[in-house]
Write a protein that binds this ligand. Structure first.
Ligand code: FES
Ligand code: FES
Length: 872
């Protein structure tokens, strides 16, 4: 039945399907893409907000027919000056990162400030209850809304910073447009004649595929193609480190997890594609899944993956004599710490758009964390040379490690390759959760000793991690957990072993912190226990053991420079002491995290500066913008190197040049691409200094390639161990209120050199938000290999009202190998957080918690999320 409504002042008449949600009507039929789809039809992220008869409503949960007769306003329908005002407030306060959640929040900001001219921060936080942001920690979002209210009362918006020098808070490139939904994400893009893709996923964690019948799917009107393993022209098995992940599971093979792909459909619209994907008939022989990593290591356990034995990796560090040192220690503590599987829950689900070009190449628009890795794997999958794929990054709506592995790129490319038409394929929230790798659940047995003065003598640790069905980078995560087993402390005797194990659970791989978070939860817990035994204050035991230049890190690397842990300890000391004096329950934890992959991997930073005819300079680099602000920071290095203003530079990430650097991972984008940009910029500067104008240099390409080759593999028999180029350091203090709720987090972080203070503090605020969720409420529980819930609130990511005050203290301990002294801060922001919360909780109620999430705690019970819906 047709419905009529007025959208942004224009009457519309459409005929939705009976089951159609209004978000689909607005995006697919009316072409309004400022509303995003983060979770439809759950109505739990707020990305799809519109004003319906003046009231803010999430449109993904709203049946389309309900819109009949209504007045609908989206951001696009606001007067231009009002839209600009909102955009400028978010840009001026650095109130966005990836920006996927922000258009919905921006419209909410209008509603909040229309209703209340002077809302408090608490009122704003409560009004954001239907919204989720995975990046910002909400601090700067609330700043933006406060500013908008002030502007409406007559204040002036402070001009967004245009000073691009290093150390200045240059406004995020494209931030204002992203805030009001004008910057498209992949799912907002279209192409002439574009088809839509959808996938058929396995519902079973382990089963043999006996038959795949696509007859019913192909017969559905509007379907153009149904592809299966039989249609793959090249190498069907893909993977970052091992080719152990089939892009399609073939007849006769086993499915190994509930995210495995059996078929892909191309159809005239998304609904038809998804309906057809459901009509693919797969006959399975069910097999008993292996769901426990310890069971997977038993000799009679079925082999999970045909490409590798069930033990994916073993990482070992042995220095000195840990057993003898523990026996001789004045104090020894031991225990088992366990951590949970975590969902990244980036707000933008996976999406790709592939389009055959007239010259025979395939244009692939991806949101992956390594576009050249995507190109390599897709080319191999299609049986094409890499230069037959032109790959382009569309900056994504969050990733946090979850977009390192391929998700839909290969299947989308295949559908476009076979149909000869552009194809876009976007996962639903549920599909996204089933498909991409998670944070590893770990079990860690620790024994740690110290002398009578609290000086650490030895660490013995055994770790086992459930890596799920595919290798991804699971072996590297457990290697990093082992390498960070001793935290930022001087430990003379070390005996650590970590295992990554295949199971039929969802795969686990990279996630912000990459194994360091888990290890710190255990090690920092041991420090607290030792402090009590030794009769020391918890700050003091950390100070006595903190690494300094000349000390040896867990892996055996002697630290030669830029060790900022003591500066971060000093920075929090006044706050820690004041909280103790006030009788508050206070916790403390420290952190260390490598910047750069290291461990013997050759690492490249590559940049090209191209002087264009219009007087601008295109800045190409090989790493991904995913909300962390990399492209803005790179422009700042270009400004420093060339002396040109920030407005001269247009950053771009595509395969115009061969800038293969691998994944944007290991907090290394700033470190590597920053150095490459400085190198390229110096060459352009030389020509400018020689008297050439930019106009005269049009067409010139300035190259910056840097390589790091001097790191050594864990356990390699080398004379000088250097597992990592550099490390970030942190100390965090958590203060609870009288009811045991988290009231304040003080986060002191060593960034080497702060390139952009607004973006840097935003990274840490967002990471603390993620760390608090990890500590208290977040969990992706699985039963029989399948997540038990896909509901955002039950998965437990914190809402604005759940956030305490976060005070970020930026500390600088310059890194000689970093660009102008900088090192990465992408991950370390949450490395110590869970341990600091556990420390505070023990101070509150005397209970030492060793299992995450700590849902039994008063701090967790005070949160609005993380429990089955209906329980308050
Ligand atoms: S997409 Fe509608 S609330 Fe998430
Ligand atoms: S900025 Fe909110 S989800 Fe990324």
């Amino acid at each position: 039945m047709p419905i009529e409504f007025v959208l942004n002042g224009i009457p519309h008449r459409v005929e939705p399907r009976p089951d159609e949600r209004f978000l689909e009507t607005l995006r697919e039929r009316c072409g309004v893409t400022s509303l995003k789809d983060g979770c439809s039809p759950q109505g739990q992220c707020g990305c799809c907000l519109a004003l319906v008869d003046g009231q803010p409503k999430t449109t993904c949960a709203m049946p389309a027919r309900v819109a009949h007769g209504k007045q609908i306003v989206t951001l696009d329908g606001l007067p231009a000056d009002e839209r600009q005002e909102i955009a400028d407030c978010f840009a001026a306060t650095a109130g966005l990162q990836c920006g996927f959640c922000i258009p919905g929040i921006a419209l909410r900001a209008k509603a909040i400030t229309d209703r209340d001219p002077a809302p408090t921060r608490e009122a704003i936080a409560f009004a954001l209850d239907l919204h989720l942001c995975r990046c910002t920690g909400y601090v700067k979002i609330i700043d933006a809304i406060e500013l908008l209210a002030a502007v409406k009362r007559g204040a002036t918006i402070p001009p967004a910073c245009t000073d691009g020098r290093v150390g200045q808070p240059l406004a995020r490139i494209g931030g204002a447009q992203t805030a009001v939904g004008e910057r498209p994400f992949i799912d907002d893009l279209t192409a002439p004649g574009m088809l839509h893709g959808a996938l058929t996923l396995s519902p079973h964690p382990r089963a043999r595929v006996l038959r795949i019948d696509t007859t019913r799917a192909r017969a559905l009107p509007g379907v153009r193609l149904v592809a299966t393993a039989a249609d793959v022209p090249g190498e069907r098995w893909v993977g970052l480190l091992y080719n152990d992940w089939p892009s399609f599971v073939a007849v006769g093979e086993e499915v190994r997890c509930v995210g495995d792909v059996l078929a892909a459909v191309a159809a005239i619209d998304r609904h038809t594609a998804r309906e057809a994907a459901k009509l693919v008939d797969v006959t399975y022989e069910l097999l008993r899944p292996v769901l426990d990593p310890r069971r997977a290591l038993e000799p009679d356990a079925p082999r999970v993956n045909p490409k590798h034995e069930n033990l994916l990796s073993r990482s070992v560090i042995r220095r000195g004599g840990a057993n003898a040192a523990l026996a001789a220690s004045a104090h020894v503590v031991s225990g088992t710490w366990t951590t949970q599987r975590i969902e990244h829950l980036f707000l933008e689900p996976e999406s790709a758009l592939a389009e055959p070009l007239p010259d025979g190449r395939l244009r692939l628009r991806t949101q992956g964390q390594g576009i050249f890795e995507d190109r390599r794997q897709v080319a191999s999958f299609l049986g094409l040379a890499e230069d037959k794929i032109f790959v382009e990054l569309v900056p994504n709506g969050g990733a946090f490690g979850g977009k390192e592995d391929m998700s839909v790129q290969a299947q989308t490319a295949l559908l476009a390759h076979l149909t000869g038409a552009p194809v876009k394929l976007t996962l639903s929230r549920e599909e996204s959760i089933r498909v991409h790798p998670k944070r590893h659940p770990l079990t860690m047995d620790y024994t740690v000793g110290c002398d009578a003065e609290g000086r650490l003598t030895a660490v013995s640790a055994r770790m086992i991690g459930d890596s799920g069905a595919y290798a991804s980078v699971g072996g590297k995560v457990l290697e990093r957990a082992a390498g960070h087993a001793c935290g930022p402390y001087r430990v003379p005797n070390v005996d650590v072993e970590s295992l990554a194990v295949y199971t039929n659970n969802p795969p686990c791989g990279a996630m912000r912190g990459f194994g360091a978070n888990q290890a710190h939860f255990a090690m920092e817990g041991c420090l607290d226990l030792l402090a009590r035994k030794a009769g020391l204050d918890r700050w003091e035991i950390r100070w006595r053991n903190a690494l300094a230049v000349g000390d040896t890190f867990s892996t055996g690397q002697v630290l030669e420079k830029s060790v900022g842990i003591r500066k971060t300890l000093e920075a929090v000391k006044p706050h820690y002491d004041a909280a103790l004096r006030a009788g508050r329950a206070v916790g403390i934890a420290c952190g260390i995290k490598n910047s750069g992959i290291g461990n013997g991997v050759e690492e490249w930073g590559k940049a090209r500066l191209v002087v264009e005819k219009n007087g601008r300079v295109t800045l190409y680099n090989g790493f991904t913008e995913m909300g962390q602000g990399l492209l803005t920071v790179l422009v700042q290095f270009a400004v420093e190197a060339t002396g040109l203003p920030a407005s001269s530079f247009v950053p771009k990430v595509d395969s115009t040049f061969d800038l293969q650097c691998g994944e944007t991972t290991g907090s290394r984008g700033t470190l590597l691409s920053g150095r490459a940009v400085l190198a390229a910029g110096a060459k352009l500067r030389a020509d400018l200094d020689a008297g050439h104008s930019l106009a005269a240099l049009a067409g010139r390409v300035y190259e910056g390639d840097i390589v790091i080759r001097d790191t050594t593999a864990l356990g390699a028999p080398v004379r000088k161990i250097k597992t990592h180029t550099t490390f970030g350091y942190a100390t965090q203090v958590v203060i609870l209120d009288a009811k045991g709720r988290v009231e304040r987090v003080i986060a002191a972080h060593d960034a080497g050199r702060v390139v952009n203070p607004a973006l840097c503090s935003g990274q840490i605020e967002g990471a603390v938000h993620m760390g608090l969720g990890y500590a208290l409420t977040e969990e992706l529980r699985c039963e029989n290999g399948m997540p038990v819930t896909f509901k955002l609130k039950e998965i437990g990511v914190l809402r604005a009202r759940d956030m305490p005050v976060v005070d970020v203290i930026l500390v600088e301990e310059p890194e000689p190998e970093g660009p102008m002294g900088a090192k990465g801060v992408g991950e370390i922001g949450l490395v110590p957080t869970a341990a600091a919360v556990a420390s505070a909780l023990e101070a509150f109620d005397g209970v030492r918690r060793t299992t995450l999430p700590m849902k039994d705690s008063p701090a967790a019970r005070a949160m609005s999320v993380g429990f089955p819906l209906g329980k308050s």
